[in-house]
Ligand binder design. Structure first.
Ligand code: 0WK
Ligand code: BGC
Length: 937
């Protein structure tokens, strides 16, 4: 739009009102009361309720008080909405009902606001306005919808007065778009709700006007496809902009009046998908149809309504639309004539004829012409009176229009939770072109909505055509983008068949892991834990516990008492494991652990007591007994040297010895899944599965010992640590890895390892999302392809961002805030797209986790030969606990893939430290029971 805006706005000559020589500004139905110089409206006129920012804003002097209406004796405090006081009291009395006080205007504003909110909430019975969703979800973002469009996008349009022949577009099939300024319902299927403004064609109300137009085009065998149907307010909003700033409000003040604005979709209750924004066509012309304006309607208004084609309908429009203003003025003149305040009381058939006053334009001279047209002999005072009448009608119309504009702006500011709202409003319609109307509208809107700055951008001739073309272009762009995005995200979607496949593959890997001869090839190592039973509540004593491997390292003191004596009480301390310790020499890591224990013992006054200790060590360990665990390989960013292949219990004992200050009695080492299962098992004996979805992911469950070929014996059960994080490391899952996953794996500390974990757990989901966003930017589907160096930084998009962005309620705001903090200015669409990517990635993770858990549940059911299994899964991990939807995804998938298992999910409140203490307690109880007979007791 750049070229047009450099043209200077023609300044209105500044003359004093009232002097016969000074033609005051009038408004007209058909014609626009314009300064003749501006007949063709190619120059965008911009005025604002805010501080003068735009060179095109009319010079302040124009807005000077001199031109404002002076107060006259209206009821109810300060009068705002009337003309310089007429010298003749009769004129004053007749015009009195048209002057509205600020209180009255605020009341109308308040009612309009309530009607808009009721319309959005589909509330019946209350004063409402329709608030129709238009399915226009975005304003032009300057990509491809710029104006003038690139030559390849040239549009051709013709305006034709209704009834003068069909639209023709040079025979070439182009997408057609129509902008009937009639109240339509849904934009792409546009059922006509009712006619207004003198239209009343039969067989159209309730029908889809897009289809009717398409049918008409086909009848004339033109190759044109109707693509979108938008309301004229929408076309105006989309066709106007200020520099690069699009308008977010469309306002029509012409024959009729109406508006639209970009609403937060979550407030439009008729919408299913309430993401982002949606342009809402208010159809505010119908305001007052249920009596909301009864206190301000005058007898003249009732008269106009009674004489209209749609009596009782569009009451608000009939106070503002230029189609009706002339009639109101005529009725006022009739009244004045009857009151002998005009033409010495003489009336004429013309004056008494409806519709005779159509254009209220020009100054006193025009008033003279009008009076002559009405068969009256105009005198100067009569001309002055006519001028006053017209100004009164126009000023009231402007004030009422301001109440509804202020109501809408206030509504937008509130819904966007902004202290100040600053929007551009695309305006079209002949009434708006009148300076008096524009000035009063601006002043009054500012007064009624002081926290809102509205910059009114007056449409130019082709704005609506531009607007409807832009809607078509935006719809095309969004559609094309949607298809491209869906294509890009498709590989991250898991079809039901794929979910079943993952379940079956894991069941197969579990079998292979349990059997000696196939164990080495299996990717899930199915490690025996030597935990043979879940707690039975008889555990007692004080225990130390360590919990290493999750987000935090914790040292705990766990006191196990009878339920009567208070059951379990715990104190714990969180210590950090700095990356340089997690990735340094192993001895340093274990020395650090010992330092933490020392600090804890000191704080808890435990010196001199050697308590049995349970060590939750959340890494794959081959165990030969409860208190021995050979670390197979580090995961989750740990790489401490000299540990893999070692017994970590021994490494700990060595560190204690190095410290040489105290003794440590490590009686058990458990995986966090086992600790979690035991911890939850203490409250729910049915808990036989432990699940962790946090930094890493894994599961354990009570397997029949007969199936655990690595451990002698066939009686009873043993808890198996599946180490399912490594599922697929043997390639069995390759078909489910996308190139995004391959990129994440490639840059990880352990490429080719923990492949399943890298599809699911908290350490990696953010990275997968980041990779997808980078590709979307490269494909110009996000941030309009603007380079985003921030997104190139590994770890810059942690998984907790997914939880924030996917949280219900203020999601988009959250998404924009997250992107903002990354220095990424996001449009509503960008925020929507980032949210969609997060949803797709977390859904896949939840479904994969659910498919794996379904495999475990089915294994247990099968083991026990049960038709139906009821089992509890003890769960822990920040992703499962904090992500707003992850747990549901898991549970829904388990239900889908293991219908014969009733699986209860029990979130562990105390972490696996408690579980480790319980395992230690069971170990001690077993050791004591074994020791007891030896003493011949
Ligand atoms: C809390 C448990 C701990 C486990 C962790 C996993 O007490 O043993 O490792 O959950 O969740 P993360 O902290 O990795 O999110
Ligand atoms: C480890 C498991 C642990 C899981 C959850 C994985 O990386 O290999 O031992 O249970 O993370 O913390």
């Amino acid at each position: 739009m750049s070229s047009r805006q450099d043209e200077p706005v023609p300044q209105e000559p500044h003359k004093e009102a009232g002097s016969p020589a000074c033609p005051a500004q009038w408004v007209g139905a058909a014609g626009t009361a314009q300064d003749p110089q501006s007949r063709s409206r190619h120059v965008t006129e911009v005025v604002s309720t805010g501080p003068v920012r735009h060179p095109r804003t009319l010079p302040a002097t124009c807005l000077g008080p001199a031109r404002l209406p002076q107060p006259v004796g209206a009821p109810g405090g300060s009068q705002l909405c009337s003309l310089p006081d007429p010298r003749c009291p009769q004129v004053q009395r007749v015009l009195q009902p048209l002057s509205l006080s600020l209180q009255q205007l605020s009341r109308v504003q308040h009612h309009m606001l309530a009607a808009m909110e009721a319309g959005l909430r589909l509330r019946k019975g209350a004063h409402t306005v329709p608030m129709l969703p238009t399915y226009v979800r975005s304003t032009p973002d300057g990509t491809g919808e710029s104006w003038p469009p690139a030559p390849s996008r040239q549009l051709r349009w013709r305006t034709a007065p209704i009834g003068s022949g069909p639209l023709r577009a040079g025979g070439r099939a182009v997408p057609a778009a129509a902008a009937p300024d009639s109240p339509v319902l849904l934009s792409l299927q546009s059922k006509l709700q009712s006619w207004s403004k003198g239209y009343s064609c039969s067989g159209v109300v309730g029908r889809d006007v897009g289809q009717l137009l398409q049918a008409a085009i086909q009848r004339q065998s033109h190759d044109i496809n109707v693509m979108v149907v938008v309301n004229d307010t929408v076309a105006t909003m989309m066709g106007c902009r200020l520099g690069t700033k699009p308008c977010e409000v469309g306002l029509i003040v012409g024959a009729g009046t109406n508006s639209c604005f970009m609403e937060e979709a979550r407030y439009v209750e008729s919408l299913d998908d309430n993401e982002g924004r949606m342009c809402v066509n208010t159809e505010w012309g119908t305001f007052g149809d249920t009596g909301a304006m009864a206190d301000i309607l005058t007898t003249y208004d009732e008269h106009v309504d009674a004489g209209s084609l749609n009596k009782g309908k569009h009451r608000f429009e009939k106070l503002i639309g230029s189609l009706y203003l002339g009639e109101i003025a005529r009725l006022l003149l009739v009244q004045l004539a009857q009151d002998k305040a005009l033409h010495a009381g003489g009336t004429t058939p013309q004056l008494r004829t409806q519709g005779m006053v159509t254009a209220l334009e020009g100054g006193l001279a025009a008033a003279q012409c009008l009076l002559q047209k009405l068969g009256l002999q105009p005198s100067d005072p009569d001309c002055f009176t006519v001028q006053q009448v017209c100004l009164a009608v126009v000023t009231r119309a402007a004030c009422l229009c301001a109440t509804s504009l202020a109501a809408m702006l206030t509504h937008m500011r509130k819904n966007r939770e902004l202290p100040q709202l600053d929007v551009c409003v695309g305006v079209d319609g002949d009434t708006f072109q009148a300076r008096r109307f524009r000035q009063t509208l601006l002043e009054m809107t500012k007064k009624l909505a002081p926290e809102c700055t509205a910059t009114l951008v007056s449409a130019v001739d082709d704005s609506r055509a531009q607007g409807v073309a832009v809607v078509a272009a935006v719809a095309l762009r969004l559609e094309a983008q949607r298809r491209e995005v869906d294509q890009l995200l498709q590989p991250l979607r898991l079809a039901p068949r794929a979910r079943q496949q993952v379940q079956a593959l894991l069941q197969c890997e579990m079998e292979r892991g349990l059997r000696q001869e196939t164990h080495a090839q299996a990717s899930t190592r199915m490690l025996p834990t030597y935990v043979r039973a879940t707690p039975d509540g008889s555990e007692r004593g004080d225990f130390l516990a360590l919990d290493l491997g999750g987000t935090n390292f914790r040292v705990l003191l766990v006191k196990l008492r009878s339920r009567e004596a208070g059951g379990i009480c715990m104190v714990s301390e969180i210590y950090s494991i700095p990356p340089e310790v997690a990735q340094g020499p192993g001895s340093q890591l274990f020395d650090h652990i010992v330092e933490c224990i020392v600090d804890f013992q000191t704080k808890q006054g435990l010196w001199g007591r050697t308590l049995p200790l349970g060590f939750t060590f959340s890494f794959p360990c081959q165990q030969k007994s409860l208190d021995q665990g050979i670390l197979l390989n580090w995961t989750k960013g740990f790489t401490a040297s000299g540990c893999e292949g070692k017994d970590v219990v021994e490494l700990l004992r060595e560190a204690v010895r190095r410290k040489n200050q105290f003794d440590l009695d490590v009686v058990a080492i458990v995986n966090d899944t086992v600790g979690t299962m035991m911890s939850c098992g203490y409250d729910d004996p049915n808990c036989e599965v432990g699940l962790i979805v946090g930094t890493g992911t894994n599961a354990c469950y009570m397997e029949e010992l007969r199936n655990v070929e690595a451990v002698p014996g066939a009686e009873g059960r043993m808890c198996i640590n599946m180490e399912w994080g490594a599922f697929g490391d043997n390639g069995c899952l390759d078909e489910f890895f996308t190139h995004f996953d391959a990129q994440v794996d490639r840059v990880s500390l352990n490429p080719g390892k923990q492949r399943f974990e890298k599809l699911i757990s908290g350490m990696y989901l953010g990275e997968i999302v980041r990779m997808v966003l980078v590709e979307l930017v490269e494909k110009e589907l996000l941030f309009q392809g603007r380079p985003c160096p921030a997104l190139q930084t590994p770890g810059i998009f942690p998984t907790k961002f997914l939880s924030t962005i996917e949280s219900d309620g203020l999601a988009l705001r959250q998404a924009s805030a997250v992107l903002q903090n990354l220095g990424l200015a996001a449009s509503v669409e960008d925020a929507l797209l980032v949210r969609k990517v997060c949803q797709v990635v977390s859904l896949r993770a939840g479904q994969l986790c659910g498919a794996a858990l379904a495999a475990v549940a089915e294994k247990i059911r099968d083991n026990r030969g049960l038709a139906q299994l009821a089992v509890t899964v003890g769960v822990d991990g920040t992703l499962y606990k904090l992500h707003p939807h992850f747990s549901q995804h898991v549970q829904q998938t388990v239900k889908e893939l293991a219908p014969r298992c009733t699986v209860t999910f029990l979130q562990s409140e105390d972490g696996s430290g408690k579980g480790a203490a319980l395992v230690a307690a069971v170990a001690c109880r077993i050791a004591q029971s074994r020791a007891a007979p030896a003493t011949g007791q």
